[in-house]
Design a protein around this ligand. Structure first.
Ligand code: PMP
Length: 404
């Protein structure tokens, strides 16, 4: 590069050494390549691990029926749609998935995006307007925040309000400060992704109605997980009308990738015609649509998978509690082991990893500062032996480190 006095924009990159240092010391926990994925177990560097850190809640990404459906779709439609939904990238298969999903969640219409992340980015940003207000739980997923920032950049809406996590008094307080005639969208995760606790939706709905606000519900970790038939948070509370819009991803219980937003037909049609992440990005590929459809068939026909997952969730929560871990307020198969300190969390993670247990260490900003945790998450396909081994390793290592 020519010599000038300008600071090189890459300076920060050349100075960024944290990840490399951890890699060289051998304990770097992120971006670890998996060589073989068998669902509840994985092979990394020739060694077998119990996978207690995946979102493959129903084990469906490994189900032979889902795999076969994906293969057939590739043979019939090829490997890509080569364009966005808006132009050449809509297959009849996309619409079939949308009809099936709308029926599954009990809404008039649904719209599929290429990832769950894009679904939040595209749906929230499309609904924002200059004088509108977005009211969002402080611990909502990053894709929700990013959707808000995208919408804010395009509409110049600056009315972004964050309420204390799952705190309905604070939500009410925030709403009471918003001018009564200006439109409001409340956004919440159904199940919070890091700590597995459930949004207080019935109370939220009452408050929303009182203030004339709409509710947008992210069901990424709830669908296939909560409710008698896996229909998520609304089924958990027994009321399909607690949210106006239901968002979900296909990358977790559905064993695929992609996402959807479901609600009133007019609202979905509006999002379809105003969502930049939908219009300017290639659509969900055929194999992934077919995989999601096959997974939906299985979820509808085999609710026993959901029941097994729920039983596993209860058992692991109790098991970790009995060992003396702080598991927060989880009610789902996402069980956090809350440690607090970053260094201890990484050390705990790495020692369990060396013992053949795969979990995820999570630090700020993914969780609040001083609330570093090990995120464990379980699948309907985990065997009793794998669950026992998980508790045994976590208990033994936790005790040796003085964490419990
Ligand atoms: N919402 C929530 C609550 C999530 O946890 C995630 C992913 N972890 C997403 C949205 C994004 O979904 P995807 O990974 O399928 O893009």
């Amino acid at each position: 590069m020519a010599q000038t006095t300008r600071t090189d924009i890459f300076k920060k990159c050349y100075e960024f050494k944290e990840a490399e240092k951890a890699r060289q010391e051998g304990w770097y926990p992120y971006f670890r390549p998996i060589n073989e994925n068998h669902g509840n177990t994985v092979i990394i560097e020739g060694k077998k691990f119990i996978m207690a850190g995946s979102n493959n809640y129903l084990g469906l990404s490994q189900d032979p029926r889902v795999i076969e459906a994906a293969k057939k779709a590739v043979e019939r439609y090829g490997t890509s749609c080569s364009g966005s939904r808006f132009m050449n990238g809509t297959l009849a298969l996309h619409e079939e998935l949308e009809h099936r999903i709308a029926r599954f969640v009990g809404k008039e219409a649904a719209l599929c995006f290429t990832t769950g992340y894009q679904t939040n980015l595209g749906s929230i940003s499309a609904l924002m307007e200059t004088n509108g207000h977005i009211v969002t739980d402080k611990l909502n997923h990053a894709s929700i925040m990013d959707g808000i920032m995208l919408g804010s950049a395009f509409t110049r809406c600056r009315n972004i309000h964050r309420f204390k996590h799952n705190n309905m008094d604070d939500l009410r307080e925030v709403l009471s400060r918003i001018p009564p005639d200006e439109p409001v969208l409340i956004v919440t995760d159904g199940v919070f992704s890091m700590e597995g606790d459930i949004a207080k939706l019935p109370e939220m709905k009452k408050i929303a109605d009182e203030f004339g606000a709409r509710i947008y519900l992210d069901e990424a970790h709830a669908m296939g997980v909560l409710g008698k038939t896996g229909r998520g948070t609304l089924e958990h509370y027994g009321d399909p009308n607690l949210a106006d819009l239901v968002m979900c991803t296909f990358s977790k219980s559905f064993g695929s990738i992609g996402g959807f937003i479901a609600g009133d037909a007019e609202v979905i049609d509006y999002i379809q015609h105003h969502s930049r992440p939908l219009i300017f990005s290639a659509s969900m590929p055929p194999a992934q649509i077919a995989a999601a459809l096959a997974a939906l068939d299985i979820i509808e026909k085999e609710p026993e998978r959901v029941h097994r997952l729920q039983e596993i969730g209860r058992r692991m929560i109790q098991g970790f509690k009995d060992l003396g871990f702080d598991v927060g307020d989880t009610e789902t198969p996402i069980v956090p082991l809350i440690i607090g300190d970053n260094e201890k969390t990484f050390k705990f993670w790495y020692t369990m990893y060396q013992e053949g247990l795969y979990t995820n260490p999570v630090i700020s900003p993914a969780v609040p500062p001083n609330r570093a945790l090990i995120r464990t998450s379980f699948m309907a396909t985990h065997t009793d032996e794998e669950l026992e081994a998980t508790l045994e390793i976590a208990g033994r290592v936790g005790k040796a480190m003085g964490l419990i």
